[in-house]
Design a protein. Structure first.
Length: 221
């Protein structure tokens, strides 16, 4: 077991970003779930590694808050049988309101990505702004977003991703988070405290190469 000193580069309400102080030491795949300690007290848990070797940590307060909510529901809420059919796709249903980048061709339409029958691809060089409507019944809330861009020959991935959400349809989007897009092709916020989100604005920034950017799927949960 190795313990390395980490400096906090940026701290948000629910997360913080840490960078190793020792030169030559950097975050890598497989570190998810590791704890950041202040003395002997855990203050965060690693959830993702940045392309610059930094690590994004979920603050322990966020983990404790969600655990408390889950235990409260388990203790006081009896399971309710639903007559509604379960969705066939992972996550909750949504529809595309707009996309600033046109599809590369008829074989890479964004609608195919939503349906799960194909990938969405667009020409590299400009940012892609995708606005989605949350079709969740009842309370329009959101607790996780995942964007998959599988490394594939002839295609590239976004360099960064920014997410803005609006609690009401037609409302002004509010900044939620911005991250480097992971080289392994899976950007996943993981479960976080649910928040109102009638619409979601996803900005895919840049590209790692000159090939078309490929997005296999977007998951809202």
């Amino acid at each position: 077991m190795d313990n390395h000193d980490v400096a906090v580069e940026r701290s948000d309400y629910l997360e913080f970003t840490g960078q190793f102080l020792h030169k030559g030491t950097e975050g890598k795949k497989g570190m998810s779930g590791s704890f950041a300690l202040s003395g002997s007290t855990p203050v965060g848990m690693a959830r993702a590694t940045g392309v610059d070797g930094s690590i994004q940590f979920i603050q322990m307060a966020e983990i404790a808050m969600n655990l408390r909510r889950w235990l409260d529901r388990a203790a006081y809420n009896a399971p309710v049988a639903s007559a509604a059919p379960e969705p066939t796709q992972e996550g909750q249903l949504y529809r595309v309101i707009s996309s600033s980048q046109p599809a590369l061709d008829g074989n890479h339409l964004i609608e195919a990505m939503v349906e799960g029958s194909g990938a969405f691809a667009y020409s590299s060089g400009e940012d892609a702004v995708i606005i989605l409507e949350n079709l969740r019944e009842g309370e329009k809330s959101l607790g996780r977003i995942a964007v998959h861009s599988t490394p594939t020959e002839g295609y590239t991935q976004p360099k960064h991703i920014r997410i803005d959400i609006s609690p009401r349809k037609g409302g002004t989007p509010r900044f939620w988070r911005a991250d480097a897009f992971p080289p392994d092709g899976v950007y996943d916020t993981g479960p976080v405290a649910r928040r109102f989100a009638a619409t979601v604005k996803i900005t895919l920034i840049g590209g790692r190469g000159n090939d078309p950017v490929r997005i296999d799927r977007i998951i809202l949960d």
